[in-house]
Design a protein around this ligand. Structure first.
Ligand code: FAD
Length: 481
């Protein structure tokens, strides 16, 4: 009897423990992916994620076909579909790599019990994290809520061994089960086709992920630690969507980075590579938070924020989403997001801060927009990121620290390169005014072809006023605590 390998957020052939387990069982292998967008649920993949998923699955389908085992695509409630395929094919084993969001955990435990009732062995593996969340705990056995001690604990214990190579061949059953076609799932946008910028920017799928890792590591020693804060530079790995879809494993990343450190002994190399690995550990930290605090996507970790006096306003939300807040660094970020499905981390923090502080919009509204538009939209990282920005998360930026979007722009985009790239109507402003066009003398504005309120908006709220309002709202929370 065959083994079903249920692919989920692990769309790769190399270093895939669930696939390896099925191969080692000696059984013929049926690779399966289930599109579960019919089950009601809050966090189905958004538009940008669906685009990525299509291409990532196409790459996986091609890779599996080359190994001799066609990918089976089915649609419906995932546990029902897996159970049915097991019955239909007489499978004796189903394997998958674990996810850590509450809906997956609940569904997978249900499925495991069902399969076991039918005498089908169900094996779940760790393919997505360096360490399982329940194995890294603070002194009293509680989950870590502060990053630095967590980071130290993970550094001390992580030993990523040699990642497993992809199998050379897969034995498939004589008759392959029926499959949908990827095209009929309609994951790609049609009218309008908004994915042009994403096509130009990304290569979804395992081969693209490995290329990006290699390219990044070939340059990582030279300045990631500084470059990671400069949005106008190509200074970060851009591995986030590849890691989210599991086109490469964190173990592969860790192992490759450690290999680099063993070859290049310069202290500057160590500093840069360790700074990168610290971010990989932030990813683990966020996944641990989601596992231990399943309400992370919806409700503040700090309960004091439950009654925060947000002032939901569709007009302000629309200005933010479209990149028309009048703050150039914010608008540049929001437009980069729309065009490419990704935004630089520093700018995610700046746009998030403006939304929840100056504009007093609930962090969940920003989280939703990111969920729909990011190609790396990830329930753990996105919720943790928003809670961090809103000051209600684990080890969060305090709410009273309000980023000044002009100073942030001047500090991290000093030559205005990032703003000019994404807000071309400001491209001809001198550096001195590019982050605050309203401070430019009329002659300078007209020389650069800028008419405030017409070619580019005036700020939706003046910084000082926004800051005061945010602090007043926070004072209410404190008073009520
Ligand atoms: P690099 O700097 O090269 O980092 C390497 C990897 O480490 C990333 O690919 C990512 O997997 C991980 N990582 C980096 N920074 C963080 C972080 N702060 N938290 C958790 N993991 C991190 N990241 C997502 O993957 N998905 C999201 O939906 C997401 N939403 C965010 C929302 C907000 C409001 C904020 C402030 C941050 C969010 N992040 C999210 C984290 C971070 O911005 C991105 O992971 C990073 O910008 C991805 O670019 P990179 O791959 O070039 O990062």
């Amino acid at each position: 009897p065959p083994a079903i390998v249920w692919f989920r957020q692990d769309l790769r052939l190399a270093d895939n423990p669930a696939l390896a387990h099925a191969v080692e069982s000696g059984r013929p292998v049926i690779p399966l992916f289930v599109l579960d967008d019919l089950t009601p649920g809050e966090w189905k993949p958004g538009g940008a994620s669906r685009w990525w998923l299509h291409h990532s699955l196409a790459a996986l389908r091609d890779g599996l076909a080359r190994l001799g085992a066609p990918l089976v695509l089915r649609r419906g409630p995932a546990d029902v579909v897996v159970g049915k395929l097991a019955a239909e094919t007489g499978a004796a084993l189903v394997t998958w790599n674990r996810n850590y969001d509450p809906a997956s955990i609940e569904r997978d435990s249900r499925l495991k019990a069902e399969l076991q009732k039918s005498s089908v062995e169900a094996v779940s593996c760790n393919g997505n994290l360096l360490n399982e969340p329940w194995t890294v705990l603070a002194g009293a056995g509680n989950p870590y809520k502060v990053f630095t001690p967590y980071y130290k604990a993970v550094l001390a214990r992580t030993k990523a061994g040699e990642p497993r190579p992809a199998p050379d061949r897969l034995a498939a059953p004589a008759a392959s089960p029926e499959s949908d076609t990827l095209e009929e799932w309609g994951l790609l946008p049609t009218k309008p086709d908004w994915a042009g910028g994403m096509r130009a920017f990304w290569k979804p799928g395992e081969p693209g992920a490995l290329e990006r890792l290699e390219r990044f590591l070939s340059e990582a020693c030279e300045g990631y630690a500084q470059g990671r804060n400069i949005p106008g530079m190509d200074g970060t790995s851009r591995l986030s969507p590849h890691l989210h879809f599991g086109e490469l494993s964190p173990r592969q990343v860790w192992h490759a980075a450690m290999g680099l450190l063993a070859r290049d002994k310069r202290p500057s190399c160590r500093e840069n590579v360790e700074s990168f690995l610290r971010e990989i550990i932030w990813r683990e930290f966020s996944h641990g938070l989601l596992y231990h605090f399943p309400h992370l996507p919806d409700r503040p970790l700090n309960p004091r924020f439950e009654d925060f006096p947000w002032q939901p306003d569709p007009k302000l939300m629309a200005a933010w989403k479209r990149g028309r807040t009048g703050y150039p660094i914010v608008d540049a970020g929001m437009r980069q997001l729309w065009e490419t499905g990704w935004m630089h981390n520093r700018v995610r923090m700046i746009v998030g801060s403006l939304l929840v502080k100056h504009l007093l919009q609930p962090w969940q509204a920003g989280e939703r927009w990111f969920w729909d538009t990011l190609v790396d939209a990830d329930l753990a990282n996105n919720s943790a990121g928003w809670q961090w920005i809103a000051g209600c998360g684990a080890d969060a930026a305090p709410y009273f620290r309000v980023f000044n979007p002009v100073l942030q722009g001047e500090k991290f985009d000093p030559d205005g390169r990032y703003v000019r790239r994404w807000v071309p109507e400001l491209a001809r402003l001198p550096d001195k005014y590019v982050h605050a066009p309203w401070t430019a003398p009329p002659m300078v504005l007209s020389g650069a072809g800028v008419v405030l309120g017409k070619t580019y908006p005036a700020p939706v709220v003046e910084h000082g006023k926004g800051r005061e309002r945010a602090l007043a709202a926070f004072a209410q929370v404190k008073a009520g605590a």
